[in-house]
Design a protein around this ligand. Sequence first.
Ligand SMILES: *Cc1c(COP(=O)(O)O)cnc(C)c1O
Length: 376
Amino acid sequence: MDEPVNSPASTPIYQSAGWIFRDLDEVDAIYESRVRGAVYGGSGGPNHWALEAALCARHGAQAALVTAAGMSAFTAALLSLAASGTHIIAARDLYGNTTRLLQDLQKFGMRLTFVDARSNAQVEAALDAPSAILVVETISNPRMQLAQLAELAALAHERKAKLIVDNTLATPYHCRPLSLGADLVVESITKFLGGHNDVVLGCLLGPSELVEAARSIAGRAGLIGPSFESWLVTRSLEDFDLRMNRSSASANAIARWLEGHESVHAVHYPGLASHPGHAVAKDTLVNGFGSALSFEVKPDRSAVNRFIRSLEHIKLVLSFGGATSTISHPATSSHRVLSPEARAAVGIHDGFLRLSVGVEDAALICADLERGLSAL
Ligand SMILES: *Cc1c(COP(=O)(O)O)cnc(C)c1O
């Protein structure tokens, strides 16, 4: 190959399924980790390592595993930690796909109990067996409820249970769950870490022992993410703090503005003094309260349709975390498989909307929301 004598300033994209070995001794040295080398595209390479190092630094983690999606990070963690009979205790308002994945695993003999993760007493009562795994979100999606991570970690460890925290809404900009005692952290990079609505990727972080066990099974199961996506996100991380600083400040301002609007019945944002988890948020989060918020208008589908059609800037997108603000409607997306009664039980109705705040001027977002709200 015609290599230049000097190095590129940015890590090149290693778009290769296979790697060349000088001889069998080099194969042994790489397999035995005596030197760092890549073996196969499906087990990660330099672009994964660059992203893993950057994410470890942000989370204060010993090790990280970049996976094909946030859900693959969960799958790798559960495949490595759980067995038939393992008791999984999960927050009742976890992300819908996480809830359904845990339900799927019941057919392999895992036991599943749902708790209100805001209640330490409920979690403590559920933590019975020594092989338990507790799964919570730092900020839940879309209800924006907070769990007391440090207390839950202490309770889990008293019972020899492992705490897995999905930190997708908080991101390492606002929370580093490992420093609060979590055993493993899952990030859906697809959202704010990727930050541009163009990448699906995930990550698992924690102590080497747990992450390496997950890496080994993730490689066999084909759960490792692609090189190009890892490269794109390494690039996204360079301006991640700037984006989060801007969008979380805007989200705070927009939440306050929405709270004062006559057509808005409720606003769910941990930065608001009216939020029931505000005190927990102040203890758990740093640098603000995140860039996602939910709000409720009258539960009337045709009025909500008028709201959405009147928006000129904010688009209805069923993901979130991009640099451009988007809105979503959980009743017809993440919660659509539930009956209206089951949705009502978790507080989701036709007038429940989730806003993902991007890096635009907050005044522009409020003006667009005003257009929508006046059409209700
Ligand atoms: C999107 C999301 C996931 C799943 O991530 P994918 O990258 O879509 O697999 C998990 N948890 C939360 C809170 C999410 O928002």
